[in-house]
Write a protein that binds this ligand. Structure first.
Ligand code: NI
Ligand code: MN
Length: 231
């Protein structure tokens, strides 16, 4: 599985079966290294409906024909806007060309222009080669992260920005519960209120949890393998 960061909570994932994007917020994202018309996608997976996650989904999925995988209410809303969607609910998964996608709990909210869009979710992906990736979405810390970790995570993408999500301390506690083979920080530095030092977080997590941390800049990639983390 090849994983590329595009700033904020936007990730591109290439598997042997397909190309996926998670939370493709590019227009208006000062960290983004691509414009939405450069995106190729077979699937877009959404954690929730806030603008910094739903982002350019509509433009990208309309042009590419990508299937949008999201919580039921958000999937219905996007289907109503003409997109191809697949609805999931918390705890439920489905097998697609790239492998399996499952939505897991997250502590946050989800709305478009104040309209309720179901709950926020985290995203658990297992590709056809068995590589497991957890994208926590926007979330506060919760103890059931220990259950999510039981999936055996090759990598966990965790918000560290504070204010709207976990801050560095809580994200370090999340790593302790999740026990991933690799932790990667996200959802920081995009805007002034979520400015953080990811390298300070890396030092804290590596010394406290013994879990390696990879700090990626927008446009940088890593390769993950089943049971190995980053290779
Ligand atoms: Ni949000
Ligand atoms: Mn957010």
């Amino acid at each position: 599985m090849k994983l590329t960061y595009h700033g904020h909570a936007a990730w591109e994932i290439e598997t042997s079966g397909a190309r996926l994007w998670i939370d493709p917020f590019l227009s208006g994202n000062p960290m983004a290294d691509l414009s939405p018309d450069q995106v190729e996608a077979d699937f877009v997976v959404l954690s929730h409906a806030h603008g910094d996650h739903l982002g350019d989904t509509e433009v990208i999925a309309s042009r590419t024909g990508a299937t949008v995988i999201a919580m039921n209410e958000l999937a219905q809303y996007l289907a109503g806007r003409g997109l191809v969607t697949e609805a999931l609910q918390l705890g439920g998964g489905q097998t697609f060309a790239f492998g399996r996608a499952k939505l897991v709990p997250a502590l946050h909210s989800s709305s478009v222009d104040g309209r309720y869009m179901g709950t926020e979710a985290g995203i658990l992906l297992r590709d056809t080669e068995g590589t497991v990736l957890y994208h926590a979405g926007d979330t506060g810390l919760f103890s059931d992260m220990a259950l999510i970790g039981r999936a055996g995570l090759d990598a966990a993408l965790l918000p560290i920005g504070d204010k709207y999500t976990m801050g560095p301390e809580d994200a370090a506690a999340a790593v302790e519960m999740l026990q991933p083979r690799l932790a990667i920080p996200m959802h920081y530095d995009t805007f002034e209120p979520i400015r953080q030092d990811p390298h300070a977080w890396k030092r804290m997590v590596e010394s406290r949890c013994g879990v390696p941390v990879l700090v990626l800049k927008a446009g940088e990639s890593c390769q993950l393998a089943a049971g190995k983390g980053a290779v």
